[in-house]
Design a protein around this ligand. Structure first.
Ligand SMILES: [Zn+2]
Length: 216
């Protein structure tokens, strides 16, 4: 089975992807990983990507589609992929469908890890990084205490780009951009909405239950 995990940055896609990969013996890939791997290979495409990223520009759909095709055409990954945060646009979703058909595979499940605006704002605004040891805390969800953190609270810092307006904008943009993708998969009966705010083990349990109930 091939699985797609969608959700805002911070919704826990990476964590869930890793758990699912382990349980079902799948490979998790994100476009970030694909881009980094290609750059590491120092291929012609890799060098091109490096230039684009260094200029602060966005990598085009064409390049992303090429990298995804490389993965889908690789027999080692045949029907064993978890896409983390991909597709990001409706065009990418449609192209993925073409590739999946071309390589005789299918998308079995699309999971959307749902988080609401207030909680995602709290998640980002509460984030604190210790400038001394690098540990990350959250003043609302995972505060620094004498038990989990030796340095104490005095080195805790907030990231300057984590202000409320930026986070709200990010949420609104994401919601607007992904709505067509969610509808696209809903129409194909592949979309499963999962609460992304509960405990990570409960989330993965829910996902596994959905998969098991439909695999049999
Ligand atoms: Zn520290």
């Amino acid at each position: 089975m091939n699985i797609i995990l969608l959700g805002l940055p911070g919704a826990g896609k990476g964590t869930q992807g890793n758990i699912l990969a382990k349980i079902f013996n799948l490979y998790k890939i994100s476009t970030g990983d694909l881009l980094r791997d290609e750059i590491k290979k120092k291929s012609t495409l890799g060098n091109k990507i490096k230039t684009i990223i260094n200029k602060g520009l966005l990598v085009s759909d064409d390049i992303i589609n090429n990298l995804v095709e490389n993965i889908l055409s690789n027999k080692n990954y045949y029907n064993r992929l978890i896409f983390d945060g991909y597709p990001r646009t409706l065009n990418q979703a449609k192209h993925l469908d073409l590739l999946v058909i071309k390589y005789n595979q299918k998308i079995s499940y699309v999971f959307n890890l749902k988080v609401n605006k207030d909680s995602i704002i709290k998640r980002f605004l509460g984030r604190q990084i210790c400038s001394k040891c690098g540990l990350v805390f959250n003043e609302f969800y995972y505060p620094s205490t004498s038990e989990n953190h030796q340095c104490g609270p005095r080195f805790l810092q907030k990231r300057s780009d984590d202000n409320e307006k930026t986070v709200k904008n990010r949420f609104d943009t994401y919601t607007k951009e992904t709505a067509p993708i969610l509808n696209y998969y809903k129409d194909q009966n592949l979309l499963h909405e999962v609460d992304g705010l509960i405990d990570i083990f409960l989330i993965s349990k829910e996902i596994r239950q959905i998969i098991r109930s439909l695999e049999t």
